[in-house]
Design a protein around this ligand. Structure first.
Ligand code: UN1
Length: 504
């Protein structure tokens, strides 16, 4: 373990602030691994004064970075991707140590980082604007995309490195600088990533403050990011209440924001679908990352004719789920992130019971070191179970029967969140209905694959209480840039649009 930490530049005591130089003199916090309760290191938070200096430096760095040609900025992102390739195993292990996901998922998370770097490198030559025909003679109408400014990236514990990379790789090629505030639960992975970016930026001779870091509480450092007009865009990943707060503060000053908030993923299992595909994809979607993805499968809406057969197969898998040290390859589920998360899950299960849900299996604390291990839970739920509308960030899966596809889609859409959804069917009419305007209301709607594990090439995000933001692939980059529309007159005369005349 010591070797991994050392190879990523992590010491016993680490400063949680960076904008060209490392330093932070605020409160020190111990970082405890949920795997066994062991201390991984100590991190000092930045003070509000230090934050101000960090932001000033990051903002200054924007002035020169925005002038670097985009394909040159892409070269930096390419080198960050190469550095991530070199450090993939170590960084994945640190992710596992710090937040407890299995190593195979930790490796997947670092792979997402590498993938988005590759995507962004290509994008650095494709930041296309449009030209439009002008209604005036000898005029041209065009749009260009310009760098925006400092992007404040506020991330959650569950994808402690990937979400930073989705934002940072895109922001960098767009000519923005980045100020990162990670979750207080995962500061070490943030320090490791920032050191990787720092090395690359120094190697190229660019200002390392282009990728800055400020570790501290959401209520102080987070709010300084939200309220400071020097931060042009705030990309926030977290809870619905958190996002409501961030959204208000950023809107108040007319900043831009990307909100990636709660999900409540559902899979519709049709009687015309492949049961094996259904069981496997739902199993991974529900227990993967111990149910702590915003894309986790939380609800199964299954046709009543196959309800019992489906449940029997899923329960058999749940019963033999290998749970334990997530560094061991044989384990498919590690701990929850901390003791508080365990309490939340157990509390939610009590509420479910009181509301009329029937616990079919799981939901018990396991006596393993660290105290954060639980068994995954399946609930037989009545259609109107109130808790089904809430996102419990833990492996609690509700199973509900349906009779018609219209009813299934209505159930899928009947929650406040709108991130991820899926249907398992071989019936084209069903899957097309699910993908149509009459279908899923989510930002992600999959066919014959589960709700989680989105690829970076698509735009990632969702509707309703999920916040409406999009990051990662497709044209999500446009939010990270400033659009400029120009009318260019080469006629040698004055001609007003809309046919307005002006006789002087
Ligand atoms: C998240 O849980 O916040 O689609 C992100 C997925 C991952 C990202 C999840 N690619 O499950």
């Amino acid at each position: 373990m010591q070797q991994i930490l050392k190879s990523l530049g992590i010491s016993d005591v680490n400063a949680g602030g960076f904008a060209g130089a490392w330093g932070a003199s605020g409160k020190a916090q111990k970082v405890i691994s949920p795997i066994d309760g062991e201390t991984l290191g100590t991190v000092t938070n930045v003070t509000p004064q230090e934050f101000d200096a960090i932001l000033a430096q990051c903002h200054r760095a924007f002035a020169s970075w925005k002038l670097v040609p985009a394909p040159k900025r892409g070269e930096v992102v390419k080198a960050i991707g190469d550095e991530l390739r070199r450090n993939k195993a170590a960084l994945a292990e640190l992710v596992t140590l710090e937040m407890g996901k299995t190593l195979r998922e930790g490796l997947g998370e670092v792979q997402e980082m590498i993938d988005i770097c590759d995507f962004a490198v290509g994008l650095s030559r494709q930041l296309y604007g449009l030209t439009m025909p002008s209604e005036r003679r000898m005029h041209r109408l065009q749009e260009q995309w310009h760098p925006l400014g400092v992007v404040g990236v506020i991330t959650a514990f569950n994808f402690p490195v990937a979400v930073w990379s989705w934002n940072t790789a895109i922001a960098l090629v767009c000519g923005d600088t980045v100020l990162w505030k990670p979750s207080s639960k995962t500061p070490l992975t943030a320090i490791a990533c920032t050191k990787i970016a720092e090395k690359v930026l120094r190697d190229f001779g660019y200002d390392p403050a282009i990728c800055s870091l400020a570790i501290g509480k959401g209520s102080d450092i987070g709010d300084l990011i939200n309220t400071d007009p020097r931060v042009a865009l705030v990309s926030y990943t977290g809870s619905v209440p958190g996002g409501r707060h961030v959204g208000k503060l950023v809107q108040e000053r007319f900043g831009k924001h990307i909100l990636e908030l709660g999900g409540n993923g559902a899979v519709i299992v049709s009687e015309k679908g492949d049961l094996d595909i259904a069981v496997r994809s739902i199993y991974f979607g529900a227990i993967g990352t111990s149910g702590q993805r915003c894309t986790s499968t939380r609800r199964v809406i299954v046709h009543s004719s196959i309800h019992d057969a489906f449940l029997a197969r899923l329960q058999a898998l749940y019963a033999k789920t290998p749970i334990g040290d997530p560094r061991k390859n044989e384990n498919l589920m590690g701990p929850l992130v901390d003791a508080g998360a365990v309490e939340t899950m157990l509390g939610a299960i009590e509420t479910v019971k009181a509301e009329g849900g029937r616990i079919l299996c799981g939901g018990e604390r396991l006596p393993l070191p660290g105290g954060c291990y639980i068994t995954p839970c399946i609930v037989a739920a009545p259609k109107d179970l109130p808790m089904m509308k809430e996102e419990t960030f833990a492996p609690v899966l509700y199973v509900v029967p349906y009779d018609t596809i219209e009813e299934a889609i209505a159930l899928q859409n009947s929650v406040p969140q709108g991130l991820s959804s899926a249907i398992i069917t071989n019936d084209q009419r069903e899957s097309e209905l699910f993908l149509s305007a009459a279908g899923s209301d989510c930002g992600i709607a999959n066919v014959n694959t589960g709700t989680s594990g989105a690829e970076i090439g698509g735009a990632f995000g969702g509707e309703k209480e999920t916040g409406g933001g999009r990051e990662s692939g497709s044209d999500a980059w446009k939010t990270y840039m400033r659009r400029q529309t120009s009318a260019i007159n080469f006629s040698g005369q004055v001609e007003l649009a809309q046919g307005i005349t002006l006789e002087l």
